[in-house]
Design a protein around this ligand. Structure first.
Ligand SMILES: Cc1cc2nc3c(=O)[nH]c(=O)nc-3n(C[C@H](O)[C@H](O)[C@H](O)COP(=O)(O)OP(=O)(O)OC[C@H]3O[C@@H](n4cnc5c(N)ncnc54)[C@H](O)[C@@H]3O)c2cc1C
Length: 419
């Protein structure tokens, strides 16, 4: 057991995103004197929600999956008041809309799938075999297999190029924020397992309800907001206002770019940029809470958020979220509205643009070989955690934060007063 020493802090955690929150919680639970310092006015990092003219809009569309092991361990799902998406994806193809469904949960759609009306029977069998293996295989075995790209692993599983183009590429582009399917196959298999085991939902108050619940569970006084860290010092950190805070250890959980600035020489992966635009319409263009993706790559995904939860719009209108890779210029927005008109079969000229947001570094690139998790130790007394040290997801960020706490505890326990 590690005991805190005198008035000096044991650990400063920089950044109150999912990783920093998990790390601070685990260290505080072990009796350490911890301070979590966050640059922004509230915790959450990339999981933030804004209220704009009565609409609830996340800072970039994201979904919450109930199957993440760290989520099950740390969160009270009931208090998040989750609302589900349907266990299906609609794909806009040049030949019309096709519904891909999880036959174990959606009997109606499953009938079409199993009868070969959506994909060739050969493909249905190949996806079934891949899914069965992903659900059952222990993570350790998955980790030890040689890695390749998602595209190669799908082909090796016997899935045809046709199904890859009509389902996997459009669907996974929105998950990995890249269209080439060159993300690590290990990451794909983990993600696919999570989809099959869990449920896709959104909290009634938006995605930031997740980090807010984690922050509320911290002992009072642990978190300090509006306190950007300017630099790391020999004894701790210097805040932007010049205040120096000393601690035996510093854990940088500030997101990849800020981490590289605070820890010169740290290698970080390339980042993926995504833009999301929110439109309001008098009527819902699709009366079900289902994700729509585009085989023609004009957008990553779109959905009617008010079908997931009516309270995302206060005035009774429909709120539609649409995401694209990269930036969204006015010209691109015009083309996007035309594509949405075709896909939803409605006139989008009357849609009001409620909000738009671009998130650089929304996710880290995860090319093969991808280790799934990496040590957080940088040098004596200095640690780094976050999704960029694990997988680009809520699960990856929480797991990396937990790993940082374990490594800090091990070092403090083993070395007594070093670091
Ligand atoms: C648009 C979008 C869609 C996504 N979709 C999904 C999804 O569907 N499913 C999923 O699982 N994941 C999704 N993700 C990924 C997930 O949100 C992230 O992996 C996770 O939130 C990363 O957490 P983190 O703690 O590693 O980093 P961050 O959330 O980036 O947290 C870093 C924190 O450090 C703070 N900080 C930075 N610099 C300083 C400083 N100098 N001093 C003090 N504080 C500082 C920041 O303000 C921030 O609060 C999505 C992300 C985005 C942006």
């Amino acid at each position: 057991m590690v005991a805190s020493v005198g008035g000096r802090l044991d650990v400063i955690v920089v950044g109150a995103g999912a990783a920093g929150l998990a790390c601070a919680a685990d260290l505080a639970a072990r009796g350490l004197a911890v301070r979590l310092v966050e640059a922004d006015a509230s915790p959450g990092g990339r999981m933030r929600t804004d209220r704009v003219s009565g609409f609830t809009v996340d800072r970039g569309f994201q979904v919450f999956n109930t199957a993440y092991p760290q989520v099950r361990k740390r969160l009270d799902l009931r208090r998040l008041r989750l609302r589900r998406f349907t266990p299906a994806v609609l794909v806009a193809t040049p030949r019309g809309i096709r519904r891909f469904t999880d036959p174990s949960r959606d009997l109606r759609g499953g009938k079409d799938l199993l009868a070969g009306r959506v994909a060739a029977p050969r493909d249905v069998l190949a996806v079934g075999a891949l899914s069965a293996r992903d659900v059952l295989e222990p993570t350790a075995r998955l980790r030890s297999r040689p890695d390749t790209t998602t595209h190669v692993t799908l082909r090796k599983a016997g899935i045809s190029e046709e199904l890859i183009e009509t389902f996997f590429r459009p669907f996974l582009s929105g998950v990995f924020l890249e269209e080439d399917l060159d993300t690590s196959a290990r990451v794909f298999h983990l993600v696919w397992r999570t989809f099959l085991r869990g449920t896709h939902c959104l909290p009634a108050d938006g995605i930031q309800a997740v980090p807010l619940q984690l922050a509320a569970a911290l002992p009072s006084g642990v978190m300090l907001t509006e306190a950007p860290v300017e630099s790391l010092t020999d004894g701790g950190v210097r805040l932007a206002d010049g205040t120096e805070v000393d601690a035996r250890c510093v854990v940088v959980a500030a997101g990849p770019r800020a981490a590289a600035r605070l820890l010169p020489g740290l290698e970080i992966p390339a980042g993926r940029t995504v833009s999301t635009v929110y439109h309001a319409a008098e009527r819902s263009p699709l009366t079900e809470p289902t994700l729509v993706v585009d085989a023609r790559r004009r957008f990553l995904n779109t959905c009617v958020l008010t079908e997931v939860h009516p309270r995302f719009a206060q005035d009774g209108r429909a709120l539609i979220s649409t995401s694209v890779l990269g930036d969204l210029s006015p010209e691109r927005h015009g083309r996007l509205l035309a594509a949405l008109a075709e896909v939803y079969g409605v006139d989008t000229a009357t849609w009001e643009t409620v909000h738009r947001t671009t998130v650089p570094d929304a996710l880290p690139a995860m090319p093969p070989p991808h280790p799934l998790t990496r040590t957080t130790r940088v040098r004596t007394g200095r640690y780094v955690c976050g999704d960029h040290r694990a997988t680009g997801s809520l699960q990856g960020a929480l797991a990396s934060g937990a790993r940082a706490a374990r490594e800090v505890l091990a070092d403090l326990d083993g070395g007594r007063n070093q670091p």
